[in-house]
Design a protein around this ligand. Structure first.
Ligand SMILES: NC(=O)c1ccc[n+]([C@@H]2O[C@H](COP(=O)([O-])OP(=O)(O)OC[C@H]3O[C@@H](n4cnc5c(N)ncnc54)[C@H](O)[C@@H]3O)[C@@H](O)[C@H]2O)c1
Length: 329
């Protein structure tokens, strides 16, 4: 995968060959259509509710209408929903076309576009169907973020703080010195942090594409986060933020994670506009947790912090986890 930074959008054409088709999130098109003047374009509503097979069928029909063939190159331009879907459709259309991404959300830039996982939801089951297939390139163009809402900007920072917590104490310290507004107003600073995060995620997924160990660390905050996300209809970043706080508490109880560092993590999340507390129905959340993919019989694998920048995967007996869970907040 080639990571492309600091190039004008017009340079995209140098990476896509003769037969490029741009598949663009409608919201991105609305604000930035001029950037893609004269290209072959397919537009669609890239939201989570549309991240499903019928939308893939629509994209396939559009590709057929545009006479896409094995020499075509697909470019997904949008947030994580768009890149997940374009990666998937590119993997199955005519048994696979080359593709690349222009991520347009913070989350897609630092997370979703990287690593080759793609796919769609099936009913309530997120990312149930998909492939692992790497794009040719990921093209970073920060001007696209000017139209991104504050909520989505903050959502992306939940994953950035997660990366710092599991892998990079220096990044954590850098984040402590800034705020969302700093990153919105200072592209050089934003680039510094996005670039560090690309390196972190890329390093993790290249060492462990198939999620044997290292890649599991990316699930910090996501075990409890996913359980509360749907139940309480939370934005993903909010759910992960609360999940990280709860899992930091469990880390303190059984992984010797310092309480001062737990406090620092909570404060950093608050500094970036993220919630750190939620009153939950413990029985309901516990029932959802039991269905987690990371459960194996009577144990749950959970990512815990040992210190800021250092995470481990621990196997916790369900009986013990249940007790810990009951001591949360
Ligand atoms: N493949 C992976 O490894 C991976 C990792 C993490 C998340 N994901 C997936 O990513 C998805 C979430 O991605 P997301 O947070 O980017 O959400 P998203 O793609 O839904 O984008 C969020 C919202 O912002 C809009 N938008 C996007 N870019 C914009 C821009 N530049 N200006 C204005 N509006 C813009 C979108 O239309 C949407 O309404 C989830 O489906 C998740 O499963 C995948």
């Amino acid at each position: 995968v080639q990571y492309i930074f600091n190039e004008d959008i017009s340079a995209l054409k140098n990476y896509v060959g003769q037969h490029a088709i741009f598949i663009i999130d409608n919201n991105v098109w609305q604000h930035h259509s001029l950037m893609f003047n004269g290209e072959k374009v397919i537009l669609f509503d890239a939201n989570e509710a549309n991240k499903k097979q019928s939308t893939i069928n629509f994209l396939i029909e559009q590709l057929i209408a545009l006479e896409a063939d094995r020499t075509s190159f697909l470019v997904g331009i949008g947030g994580g929903v768009c890149t997940d879907m374009v990666g998937y459709v590119a993997s199955i259309y005519m048994r696979g076309l080359k593709f690349g991404f222009v991520p347009t959300t913070i989350l897609a830039m630092v997370d979703a576009a990287i690593g080759g996982k793609n796919g769609i939801d099936v009913g309530l089951y997120k990312n149930m169907v998909g492939t692992i297939n790497q794009p040719q390139f990921i093209f970073y163009h920060y001007n696209l973020l000017q139209s991104l809402s504050e909520v989505e900007f903050i959502n992306g920072f939940a994953e950035i703080i997660k990366h710092a917590a599991i892998k990079d104490k220096e990044l954590f310290k850098l984040l402590q010195q800034h705020s969302i507004a700093d990153f919105r107003n200072n592209t050089a600073l934003l680039h510094e942090v996005v670039y560090k995060n690309v390196q972190i995620k890329n390093q993790v997924v290249t060492t462990d594409e198939l999620e044997q160990h290292e890649r599991k660390l990316l699930n910090f905050g996501h075990t409890i986060g996913h359980a509360i996300e749907n139940l309480y209809q939370l934005p993903h970043g909010h759910a992960i933020s609360i999940g990280m706080c709860m899992e930091a508490h469990i880390s303190e109880e059984i992984n010797n994670f310092y309480s001062e560092e737990k406090l620092a993590l909570t404060q950093l999340l608050q500094q970036y506009g993220l919630p750190t507390h939620l009153t939950i129905d413990k029985e309901k959340v516990w029932d959802i947790l039991l269905k987690d993919k990371k459960r194996a019989q009577e144990n749950m694998a959970m990512v815990l912090l040992r210190s800021i920048g250092n995470a481990t995967v621990e196997t916790i007996p369900l009986v013990q986890l249940k007790d810990l869970f009951n001591t949360l907040f």
